[in-house]
Design a protein around this ligand. Structure first.
Ligand code: HEC
Length: 149
């Protein structure tokens, strides 16, 4: 009897573990860009532009220059085709809207002191990190280099 209970628990915890790891697995994104047989998804192309934008913006702000305009493709963040359309839409859409909002906030700092530009920049990087802690964890290494310390 005792054995049976233990094995049920083991099966139960394995199940929970597989659910959790599934959430953050690389299946939600194309690893290294083009492993996906259909080529890069529309979203992964937008993500690369977003990463390039924040790298340019980081360098510009560190050099005391103005903010760099965001790629217009960010408008399509909520509708772009993903590698994995099964990812949690509520979580994804929530962070996608927040990212768009924080781009507006960054643009509003155009005439503000550098400290506010840097704060708005770092808020964007946090949003990359927050969304990626739910999906597609691979790019975290890239994301962690975008903060202005
Ligand atoms: C709303 C959630 C969300 C936000 C915010 C977000 N990402 Fe992503 N990111 C994803 C998802 C989902 C994928 C997988 C895309 C796919 O393969 O269809 C992805 C993919 C990527 C990739 C891999 C692209 C490739 O070559 O396949 C990189 C790099 C990346 N994101 C970087 C970033 C950076 C940098 C930021 C902030 C500027 C960011 N992401 C913000 C959800 C997000």
């Amino acid at each position: 009897m005792k054995k049976k209970v233990i094995s049920i628990c083991t099966i139960g915890s394995l199940f929970i573990a597989s659910c959790t790891s599934n959430n953050t697995s690389n299946k939600s994104c194309s690893k290294d860009g083009d492993l996906n047989p259909n080529g890069s998804s529309e979203l992964s192309l937008i993500m690369r532009k977003m990463a390039a934008h924040l790298a340019d913006n980081r360098d510009a702000l560190k050099a005391g220059k103005g903010i760099v305009a965001a790629p217009k493709e960010i408008d399509n963040l909520l509708t772009a085709k993903k590698t994995d359309e099964e990812i949690d839409k509520t979580i994804y859409d929530g962070y996608a809207k927040l990212y768009q909002q924080r781009i507006i906030e960054l643009n509003e700092t155009a005439d503000a002191p550098d400290s506010l530009k840097i704060k708005a920049h770092n808020n964007l990087v946090s949003t990359c990190r927050d969304c990626h802690s739910n999906f597609c964890p691979g790019p975290m290494v890239v994301i962690n280099q975008l903060d202005i310390k």
